[in-house]
Design a protein around this ligand. Structure first.
Ligand code: C6P
Length: 403
């Protein structure tokens, strides 16, 4: 059991004296504990310097702290080699990095890119862009009505032309935790590389990169208590070494002449320019915080809230819940009869409740569901069952106003 009241004391946003304040949008971005805010401000207050180039004490300290976070990520996710942990700006940037740096070199008119209909736009649009450039084509693993992927062996989906399979570990709309072990195994079987979008998974469950043995894994810091502006891409050493850089500039080079340049080693080959130093250091503090609480405890707490939320919301006859999958994270998409989700979100906000409403950057899912938007609530370690009770009451109140 998590001691949620003690946890909430660590998050300044819950202690502003604003009551009620019910934050149910952690799938969009999480709140930050004081230790993360302190780690970022301490960097700016006491050792703000560029990394890998400053020869003075505070520069060395900044470099050590930044590189130390690479080791923390390695330990947190059981990554075989620290050098395969690349810092980016976000999951979006991580996925674009693969699409451009791997895709442009390895895809051609004979290649197929296999995605799923469940993807966030950041795991669709970069592939559309690279498909257009390379004349390769896109295929999609179908979505079923209960919010899972139809992974049945299917000759029209998988073939020798399949060069890359990219799916999310956990859906940001349904919360579905996909059987990525089998997706990764299928990719290997067909000689394709596997890419996993872990944006919604890493904050909420134990992820073991060595065990998964995928080719690329991407996630964002801001959904896991860290600052915005930092993401991670983990890649397989040989693939990263073969790939051309994604961006050119300082730091990513070995030698530069006016005619040509050679590249720094992995991971720095992919970290052009001054990186997001403060944000990476903040991510390190977020990893420390999650480890101090325990990712398994957080996961169990999520599941508890999910089951409670599903139970409470399903008692309201005006609510339509979307998706119905057994293995899922703490995300619930729904709509309320006769209320547009945007109106619902605005009315809930007047009661101090933050939820997401819209297409959730997953318009193909909305098309599949036959709606333009849904409401969505998502839970994290600082949420309580009483947050869900307050939500349910406010939904009922809003429904009475709209009736
Ligand atoms: N989903 C949500 O409210 P960035 O923005 O790059 O940190 O993460 C993009 C992203 C990629 N994949 C998945 C599965 C995601 O959920 C997200 C971000 C947020 O659902 C913001 S749209």
């Amino acid at each position: 059991m998590l001691d949620v009241q003690s946890i909430r004391k660590n998050f300044p946003i819950f202690n502003r004296g604003k009551n009620p304040f019910v934050y149910l949008d952690s799938a969009s971005t999480s709140q930050k504990p004081q230790s993360v805010i302190d780690a970022v401000s301490t960097y700016y207050n006491s050792y703000a310097a560029n990394i890998h180039r400053a020869l003075y004490t505070i520069g060395e300290k900044a470099t050590d702290k930044y590189e130390g976070v690479r080791k923390k990520v390695k330990i947190f996710l059981n990554v075989p080699d620290t050098h395969t942990v690349i810092f980016t700006g976000s999951t979006t940037e991580s996925l674009n990095l693969i699409a451009y740096a791997w895709g442009q070199k390895n895809l051609n008119a004979d290649s197929e890119i296999l995605l799923s209909e469940m993807e966030h736009h950041s795991n669709i649009v970069p592939w559309q862009l690279v498909a257009e450039k390379t004349q390769s084509s896109l295929q999609f693993i179908p979505l079923t009505d209960d919010g899972t992927l139809d992974l049945e062996p299917n000759d029209s989906l998988y073939s020798k032309r399949t060069k890359l399979i990219s799916v999310c570990h956990q859906s940001n709309v349904f919360g579905t935790v996909n059987p990525i072990d089998s997706v990764i195994a299928t990719a290997k079987e067909w000689g394709a590389i596997s890419v996993i979008d872990g944006a919604q998974a890493v904050p909420h469950m134990k992820v073991d990169i060595a065990k998964l043995d995928c080719d690329f894994y991407a996630f964002s810091g801001h959904k896991m208590l860290g600052p915005t502006g930092v993401g991670v891409l983990i890649g397989r050493t040989d693939l990263l070494e073969e790939m051309d850089p994604f961006m050119g500039g300082g730091e990513m080079i070995d030698k530069v002449t006016l005619e040509k340049s050679t590249w720094n080693k992995v991971p720095w080959k992919f970290e052009a320019g001054t990186p997001n130093i403060a944000q990476v250091i903040g991510l390190g503090a977020a990893l420390d915080y999650i480890q101090s609480v325990g990712i398994d405890k957080i996961h169990n707490h999520d599941v508890d809230l999910l089951n409670y939320g599903l139970d409470i919301l399903s008692q309201n006859k005006d609510i339509t819940l979307f998706g119905n999958t057994q293995n899922r994270g703490a995300v619930i998409p729904f709509n309320v009869k006769n209320i547009h989700p945007h109106d619902l979100a605005k009315f809930l906000d007047t009661d101090g409740i933050c939820i997401r409403a819209g297409h959730h950057c997953a318009q193909p899912i909305m098309n599949h569901l036959g709606v333009t938007a849904t409401a969505r609530v998502s839970f994290y370690l600082y949420n309580t069952k009483s947050d869900i009770d307050v939500l349910a009451e406010s939904i009922e109140k809003t429904a009475r106003i709209f009736a």
